[in-house]
Design a protein around this ligand. Sequence first.
Ligand code: FAD
Length: 402
Amino acid sequence: MDDSTPTTQVDVAIVGAGPIGLCFANALSRRGVSSVLIDRQPRSAMADPGNDGREIALTRASQQILDRLDVWSRIDHDERALMCAAKVFDGQSLFTMEIAPGATRDDPLGCLVPNQVIRRAAYAALQSGAPGTGDILWRDEQEIARFRVSDAAVDIQLGSGERIQVSLLVAADSRFSTTRRAMGIPAHIYQHGQQMLVCRMHHDEPHDQTAWEWFGYGHTLALLPVDTHCSSLVLTLSPAAMEKQLSLSDEAFDADITRRFEGRLGAMRRVAEPHCYPLVSVYAERFVGHRQALVGDAAVGMHPVTAHGFNLGLQGLSGLAERIGQAHARGQDIASPELLSRYQREQRLATAPLFAATLAIVGLYTDDRTPARWLRKAVLRAGEAAWPARRLIASHLMRSGG
Ligand SMILES: Cc1cc2nc3c(=O)[nH]c(=O)nc-3n(C[C@H](O)[C@H](O)[C@H](O)COP(=O)(O)OP(=O)(O)OC[C@H]3O[C@@H](n4cnc5c(N)ncnc54)[C@H](O)[C@@H]3O)c2cc1C
């Protein structure tokens, strides 16, 4: 590192201005903590992100955090789709389990918002200057070339050559985080060997604000309600089957999806480009290091089937920003080992059980061998009879991206 180059001084460096990085900078600024956001993308792509097909199921806790960050009020009401009920189907059987049929528009199961709408609102919330008293610097189209951690600070050098000195370096650069790797933090990576296709479909019959999850043989299907006659399709297939699916003509694709849903919502028609995601789950072995921390997918990259990723990331960044804000207000070190290990402990407690449960659900519902099929039916029947099991599946469905 060239020590003669002038250095910019900031409290926190955040690598990755995705939805989590943007919200973290916002939360820090409100507590008077300055930050620099470093992203390889240009600012224009962050201001107006393209459609990526994801509909994010937000918990009430997440809606409250977004409200405090002045992000929620920037999401139009017609971009928020209410989910009032959910149904689970298993294979060809007509047996259905209905989740929370008592939920209403005033007290819905959940709320779905397109990912690019959340990202746009999170960026806009930072635009009228820093939302609080902590400055936010932008370094777009940039990556970290190298960094050096000492007792009192982290010295960062960007690809442009600029040097930045911070008290804390935070990785928010996705589940495939290169910053996590550069920090020397190992991660458990699960390749599920499947791909997930998401896209909006129009259907002749209304969905009554009901989400469907269908465990067919050879595929898993879900429909998330958007508009009366429009839902977001989530289809999980093997890579070979997905390649075939994506090569279908528009008409053949529509006919295929109508057939997969047995015509229960009438004829179905694709109304947006499909997006495909390889299914990879990631759990970092540590969430912190000396003057370093991981947030969002860089710490825990959940399988989208239970769709807790963004919700858990928001919860984590909110707790970490609060602790940093308290230390800053008291004039203490904002990256002390005690502060960082408290964040790690709380975030592991919040994420580890859900991560393990999600892997178990994925294993059960993507296994088409006979014992797994029977177990699935048993789980559904138990779910009908027993409230705790039903609640487990309800929360799974409520937040489901797949
Ligand atoms: C199909 C699907 C459905 C989902 N549904 C839900 C749901 O219903 N509910 C839910 O809670 N979650 C859901 N998720 C998960 C949610 O989308 C993620 O948890 C969330 O996007 C994570 O945000 P992030 O900011 O941590 O990472 P990302 O969104 O991946 O953003 C990372 C940012 O880092 C930048 N970057 C990457 N590498 C570098 C680098 N080396 N240097 C600089 N910048 C870099 C990128 O440009 C990007 O801006 C879903 C995910 C998928 C795939």
